[in-house]
Each structure stands twice: as structure tokens, then as C-alpha cells.
Design a protein around this ligand. Structure first.
Ligand SMILES: Nc1ncnc2c1ncn2[C@@H]1O[C@H](COP(=O)(O)OP(=O)(O)OP(=O)(O)O)[C@@H](O)[C@H]1O
Ligand SMILES: [Mg+2]
Length: 356
């Protein structure tokens, strides 16, 4: 048998592409080391996409092409976890799926007030319009807005330790704000709140959801960590405004998801521009380029831009999101494009596309 050399292995790996970036994995610099010991080959790969399913697929492909070479008896593909990994691996082991939901998607931002809740409800409506079954978990313990935005009031029903979600506009919805008793705010700080959040996550009786969107609390504090470390999330959608300050906070959020092994599906840039009625001019009130900057720096896609719309706040206050109130309007169309991009991205990350 001809002894195998590094050149042959690199040529074989050269035939493998990263489906996201449409380039071969050698050119992209994913191949960190090749060791050959007689017929035993070890390759260290560091793909940019850290989603477990995508990594597994790449590992299987790399094994296949190298095993196909003459002179190879055994192949090992090593993929070290980013950020020095062990604790993350352990954290990933403990992650539990949420019963009744195929995909759980966190909607997050580093900073408050950028329109995270608005994006959550309108994205939910757009996914719904494409025929999917959708739920929303309002994870904002201190400032729950989702019930108001969907016109939901009162206490949810429940039995046997299960909580039944409300249904509004055909979207299942529950709010963690229910956990906090206004008269005893202190008791819910710290570990107790975390425990309550954990329990609550798994007690809701979701009915056959394709997508469960979680409106995350702002920032990167305890409650977010609890939610991301204990729940099997398909990915995170990050909301920002075009402003520099907001973008800096988003970078923190992106790093937090990276650390806990949750893939970022992409960025939604909200309040991107304003077009006055009767005009076609776009005014960039909050600056420009935020989403594109994040796309460049972190290599995660811009899922779409949402303009400032006069009806957005009104729709939120009235309990009928603008995507439903004006389904053919500019904002609804923006959210429909964002919903499509999100579903596509879930597909390319290896989570499959939920069929409506
Ligand atoms: N594209 C938009 N056009 C016009 N108004 C918007 C838009 N997006 C959000 N808003 C308004 O901005 C305000 C803040 O939005 P929202 O409550 O969704 O932000 P948030 O990030 O969830 O805030 P918090 O951090 O307080 O939870 C709301 O009054 C909302 O109606
Ligand atoms: Mg909010």
C-alpha cells in the first residue's frame, strides 16, 4: 500500500464545503492539524458553525472522504469546543427539550427597548401566516409586555402542576411575569427566581408547536443564563437598532449564546428607517449599518430590517400586532421576509425545516 501523506488528505478535505459560507473547509481555515501515524489519521477541525448537528454532519463527511483514500486504516476527527469547552459540554448535556415544541427560538437583545417584544409577536404572526403552529413564552420576569401586545389578560388555567397557555390570534402564549408576586418582589431575586424559571419552562402544556419563541429578558444576567443553559434551544434571534450603543450590547449577547453552545440564527435590525406617509424617502433616524456590522464581525446573517411604523406601537397596545392588522403593509412584509429567513437558517444549521 502507498503510504498516505498530508497533501492527499488536504485534497480530500478540499472537496467538502461549508453549506452556509459556500467555500471549501480548507480555504476557510477549518483544518487546524493533520497527524499521520502509519495508516492512522487524526484531523483537528474548527468549523465556524458550532451547532451540534452541523458539526456532526461535517465530521461524518470528513471521515468518509479520508477513509476513501488509499493507505488509510483509521480516521479520527477532533473538534475542540470553542472557549475552552468542557463546562459547556457539561452544560449541554443537561439541556432539556420543552415538551410540545419542535423548535425553541430565543429572541434576545443586549439592550432594553430595542423592540424585542415587538419583534417576538410579529415574527410569531408571520410564522403563523406561513402555516406553522406557534407559541410565545414571555421570559421577561420583571416587565412582561407580551400579554398586552396580544390582548391577553387574567390568570391562566392549570391542573396537576401543568399550566395551560392562553390562545390569542391562534398563537399559544404564556408569561413568566405570572411568577412574580408584586407584593413580594425581593423573595424572587437570585437563586429562588432561577429555580422558579426552570420549573416554569417545563410545566407549560404547549400543544404541538412548530416554533416556540422565547422573549428573553433584556441583558445577559442570571435569568437568561438559566434559560439558555437548561433548555434545548434551536437558536437565537438577536434584535438590535442601527445605533452603535445598541450594537455593542448585541455583541455581548452574541458571545453569551456562543458560550453556552446556542447558535445565533441571525440579527433583526429594528427601527432601521422611517418613510413618511406619501413619500418614498428613507430617513435613518437611529443611524445605519448596525445589523451589517454584526453580520461582518460575527459571521451571522442579517435576517431583515424593520422600518419604524406609526402603527407598530398602536398595534402593540391594542393587542393586535401590525403584521395581522395590516397584512399587506410594509412592516408585515418585512416580518414575513424575516420569518422565511429564520426558517431557512434553521434548515441550513441542520435543525430541519418544520413542515406546517
Ligand atoms: N419598528 C417599530 N416602529 C415603531 N415603534 C416600534 C417599533 N419597534 C418597537 N416599537 C415601539 O418601541 C417600544 C419598545 O418596544 P418593545 O417593547 O418591543 O421593546 P423591548 O426591547 O421588548 O423592550 P423591553 O426591554 O422593555 O422589554 C414600544 O412602544 C414599541 O411599540
Ligand atoms: Mg420587552
Amino acid at each position: 500500500m502507498t503510504p498516505i501523506d498530508e497533501g492527499a488528505i488536504l485534497r480530500a478535505l478540499h472537496t467538502l464545503q461549508d453549506p452556509e459560507r459556500r467555500k471549501d473547509i480548507v480555504t476557510l481555515g477549518y483544518v487546524k492539524k493533520v497527524t499521520i501515524d502509519a495508516g492512522r489519521v487524526t484531523v483537528v477541525l474548527e468549523p465556524a458553525n458550532q451547532a451540534p448537528a452541523a458539526k456532526d454532519a461535517l465530521r461524518a463527511e470528513a471521515e468518509r472522504v479520508i477513509m476513501g483514500l488509499e493507505g488509510v486504516a483509521e480516521v479520527r476527527i477532533d473538534m475542540p469546543a470553542p472557549f475552552g469547552g468542557r463546562p459547556q459540554q457539561d452544560a449541554m448535556m443537561e439541556k432539556r427539550p420543552i415538551p410540545g415544541a419542535k423548535h425553541v427560538i430565543a429572541v434576545s437583545s443586549g439592550k432594553g427597548g430595542v423592540g424585542k417584544s415587538t419583534v417576538t409577536v410579529n415574527l410569531a404572526c408571520a410564522l403563523k401566516a406561513s402555516g406553522a403552529r406557534v407559541g410565545i413564552l414571555d421570559g421577561d420576569v420583571y416587565g412582561p409586555n407580551i400579554p398586552l401586545m396580544l390582548g391577553v389578560t387574567g390568570e391562566p388555567a392549570g391542573s396537576n402542576n401543568r399550566i395551560f397557555p392562553f390562545v390569542s390570534h391562534d398563537i399559544q402564549v404564556i408569561s413568566m411575569g405570572l411568577l412574580v408576586d408584586d407584593s413580594q418582589p425581593m423573595i424572587w431575586r437570585g437563586p429562588m427566581l432561577n429555580k422558579a424559571v426552570q420549573q416554569f419552562m417545563f410545566q407549560v402544556d404547549w400543544h404541538d408547536l412548530d416554533y416556540l419563541l422565547v422573549d428573553m429578558p433584556p441583558g445577559t444576567g442570571d435569568v437568561q443564563l438559566t434559560l439558555t443553559q437548561n433548555t434545548q434551544l434551536s437558536g437565537a434571534v438577536i434584535v438590535t437598532t442601527p445605533q452603535q450603543v445598541s450594537v455593542l450590547d448585541v455583541k455581548k449577547a452574541v458571545r453569551m449564546f456562543d458560550k453556552v453552545g446556542v447558535p445565533c440564527l441571525g440579527v433583526v435590525e429594528n427601527m432601521s428607517y422611517f418613510t413618511p406617509p406619501g413619500s418614498t424617502e428613507r430617513y435613518e433616524i437611529f443611524g445605519s449599518g448596525g445589523g451589517a456590522e454584526i453580520e461582518r464581525e460575527f459571521d451571522i446573517p442579517l435576517l431583515g430590517q424593520v422600518p419604524i411604523g406609526l402603527g407598530v406601537r398602536e398595534g402593540g397596545d391594542k393587542g393586535t400586532p401590525i403584521t395581522l392588522a395590516e397584512p399587506n403593509g410594509e412592516i408585515a412584509q418585512a416580518f414575513q421576509a424575516i420569518a422565511d429567513a429564520t426558517v431557512r437558517r434553521l434548515g441550513t444549521l441542520g435543525h430541519g425545516v418544520a413542515t406546517p
